[in-house]
Design a binder for this molecule. Sequence first.
Ligand code: FCB
Length: 444
Amino acid sequence: MAFTFPKHSKMLSPAFTYGVATASFQIEGGIEHRAPCIWDTFCAKEGNIIDGSNGAIACDHFNRWQEDVELISSLGVDAYRLSISWPRVIKDDGTVNQEGMNFYVRLLDKLKEKSIKVFVTLYHWDLPQHLENKGGWLNRDTAFKFQEYAAHVVKALGDRVYAYATLNEPFCSAYLGYEIGVHAPGLVGKENGRKAAHHLLLAHGLAMKVLAKESPNTLNGIVLNFTPGYPLTDSDENIKATAMANEYHNYWYAKPIFDGEYPALIETLPKAHQPDIFDGDMAIISHPVDFLGVNFYTRAVYEADEQEGFKEVQLPNVERTDIGWEVYPQAFTDLLVDLNERYQPPAIFITENGASIDDEIEDGNINDERRVSYYQRHLNAVNDAIEQGVPVQGYFAWSLMDNFEWAEGYLKRFGIVYVDYKTQQRTIKQSGLAYRQLVMGRHK
Ligand code: FCB
């Protein structure tokens, strides 16, 4: 099994960066060596995680990191995207936990030894619990705490890093975590979501300032997720509803960063649902970025809804991965072209893309054909966007290995490497072998 591209594809050039991605809470374990975070608390509450699991051990990466770097290196990839666990490197009193910081220093040193570029994400959802106790992302002060944390990390990691992303998917933190409550900290309320989003965006802007000053040689940016909306039919109502959904879920994060303002929809929201925007906030939020990280998995289909304005509909008889997400690669190309037209980001990296498949291991093999097919079509969707002039410079598979998939626990497998959670044995899947072949087979 191998991935194919049009012959002259830029994605076959060694200048195009290929990587694999993970996040701290999803793989590390080693929780006794760090302060508690909101996901520890969320997992402890019955009913929040489908299989009742937590991040106590996860992939035991905290202890197996050397073996995991060897694994990454064996895949031949150019880059590794990881996230730093805030509660591992900063103590509750705000000072550095040197032991925790050293974990990342050693990890990055080893990656450097292997010539693997490191893309660091500063926040992939594991907010220190003591900050949540003071209101978490509903408290404006958390944004300033994030800025301090970013400064500590930059100082400690120095030139070991190739690129920094401030936040991963603020949509998920704000909407899933504070508005509908399916992610940590599990709060519900329309009056929460936009406020949390504003403080997250402010945190991003404040950290950008630190990064630009203290780390001018790294690429500094943010990772946003997009689930582009499509109207169920081409009726005016459905088209209007879809435009609204796109503003509420997608452009809500990109527009402030690139245009310095929220989508017009903000004016139509009840005052109580609107964020408190201080003078100067939008200028901080729209600090120039070196790159936009794009996470893409699927699209959403919408119809008009009298009460809410828009409503997501599940199309019958469409191809889906085993997490229930529709496979619709054309949306990936459309999205990239649209983002480029709207915002002209200086560079785009696809920071996540991948498929959840209920893999089975047979005679030591994981024949994940459906994941291979997903990657084949999505890699080509990216190539189509590049051919239309979108400056995509790299692509990261989500994920390096199966891991803790948030509210889905360990039941959903996204890895190109299989993890047997009983033995912690890692086995490269067919998709991983195909990825390796693509990366290693590029024209030199
Ligand atoms: C994204 C997250 C990532 C992973 C994938 C499947 O929303 O950033 O951690 O869970 O989805």
